[in-house]
Design a protein around this ligand. Sequence first.
Ligand SMILES: *Cc1c(COP(=O)(O)O)cnc(C)c1O
Length: 450
Amino acid sequence: MKKPYLRAFGGKEAATYPISEVRYRSDDGRTLEVDNCLTPLAAKQASALRALFDKRLMSRKPLDKSGVWRYREFLPAFKPFDAVVTMEEGNTTIFDMPQCARFCGMTSLLAKHQGLNPTGSFKDNGMTTAVTMAKKLGATMVACASTGNTSASMAAYAARAGMMSVVFIPDGQIAYGKLSQSLDYGALTIQIEGDFDKAMEIVEDLCNRGTIYLLNSINPFRIEGQKTIMIEMLHQLGWKAPDWVIVPGGNLGNSSSFGKAFDEMLRANFIKKAPKIAVIQAQGANPLYNSFISGDRTLKPVHANTRATAIKIGNPVSFDKAWFAVESTGGIVEQVSEEEIAIAKSKVGRDGVGSEPASATTIAGCRKLVEKGIIRKSDNAVCILTGHLLKDPDYTVEFHRDELYLDAQRTTTLSGTQRISTGGNGNKPVKLPADANKIMSFIDKWNSSK
Ligand SMILES: *Cc1c(COP(=O)(O)O)cnc(C)c1O
């Protein structure tokens, strides 16, 4: 059996490197991926492994309780698993979403909520593996550029591992829920002038000088952990693949990891069929969509602009890997407007679930793909809700007060020129006198107007 190694992604004669070599790109600038050298399983072996995964659900061992490490047969690069830094990540709920289904014109619709992770986003699924590798490699300081969730997750896992962490965030463009996390978990938090793409450029430069280990999704060990989101989903669905998995696209690490998960599970004969991957981008941050529509596979960066800050990324690092994910599964790329995102987000809330704005691109995208006849009404689809509602409370309150602006300026009150409409879905707070009779009659009126 061959041991896992690193390989340059794409290209004809891909360069290879040992797992223990600290590097983030090949000499010719390509991203790297882990080749896990998984051996194909006979039907009997596959069903034994499925039974083992079931058995681990009853276990009290930390590795078994984690929704990432439970599936460690697909993570051989981290063997012998003695350095694992885990917070029982994963184990996220798949919700039935009747309001969203109706909104999308579907018979039914499921949502797997990665916002239910320890730090409130799917970044934890990849951070547990990447920080574990950092520990194995002897790193004492880790860093990332982040629109917020990567830094929150990295800061938490670094704290658990006793490492220093340094966070680079775009000046004034980060949601407060996320910023508060990296401060509280003790990361050195550096706001730099410029957007995410600029911050990414600088942190890659710094990490290439040695001493600091880079934990953005260019790090192939993040992608390894995020694969388990799909493994866990299939496990929860009794290994019956849905027709579609719908995921937001920013830096495109998550889309890429889903593609890799299905590719490996198919090659290993562990599953027979993979879902189609639909990547949804915000219209203001849509380089993959542009490429998909034109068929031109060279990345043409855009200047990103969207209130869904988690996907406000114009020069995505995992562009080529995301292309593979979409193409190898027969999937698609779609884009949605700010209003479509905002209204879809309110529908996620009405199912009693809620999410941050970037996650709602999946519901907005699903509706659009149903309208276009690409997703059928009766298809089984799972939307990936990537982050928790409480990550960006400002957005939600501004929406319901009908004060959501693409170019929001906060002086004493909110203002801007590009208002994002609620489409009648706002739920404004009301001010009433402290008088029970008046309040009762207001409630009666409100109730009969529904
Ligand atoms: C990071 C993030 C995304 C984007 O994921 P990529 O892997 O960068 O494409 C989407 N939504 C949320 C909430 C995120 O934190």
